[in-house]
Design a protein around this ligand. Structure first.
Ligand SMILES: [Zn+2]
Length: 160
């Protein structure tokens, strides 16, 4: 691993690196796609990486911070070069999921989280005629739902 000078990298470079970090709950999308990585800015000699937790109370928040740090170390930054900061306000919103992030979620049959706490549409056919199968899906942050139109089961990402 080669060291880089913190002053020699720029914001878009750091953002590009973080595009390689998958979300721990839904690995098909990156933290950048999910809108979890907010502002990246320079404060004196330190880069501040603002992270908006999507799911307060889920263990994923800590994992996200660790994964961001691990990626920046891998790219050659030192611990003194940056700080990962939790930003709680404004709260993370599904509006922040990028277009490509939404497409990837749909491709993998995962309904993105909604403020209502319920999926809005079937990721397969778009129908809103949905039923809850189980509060607990493949991970604690997902619930299992089924579409009454196409009868396909799907994961709903529930922790927000
Ligand atoms: Zn459907």
């Amino acid at each position: 691993m080669s060291m880089v000078q913190a002053s020699a990298v720029n914001e878009s470079e750091i953002r590009q690196w973080l595009e390689e970090v998958p979300d721990p709950e839904i690995p098909v999308v990156s933290l950048v796609d999910l809108g979890v990585i907010r502002e990246i800015k320079r404060d004196g000699d330190t880069w501040l990486v603002n992270v908006a937790p999507t799911y307060s109370g889920c263990p994923a928040t800590r994992i996200i911070h660790d994964d961001v740090r691990a990626k920046l170390y891998e790219k050659g930054l030192r611990p003194s070069d940056f700080q990962v900061v939790s930003v709680l306000s404004p709260p993370w919103s599904t509006d922040w999921i990028s277009k490509s992030g939404r497409q990837k979620l749909a491709d993998y049959g995962i309904a993105p989280p909604q403020p209502s706490g319920k999926p809005k549409a079937c990721p397969q056919c778009g129908s809103s005629d949905l039923e809850l199968v189980s509060q607990f899906g493949s991970t604690p942050c997902k619930a299992s739902w089924r579409c009454r139109s196409c009868l396909e089961p799907f994961d709903y990402f529930k922790c927000i």
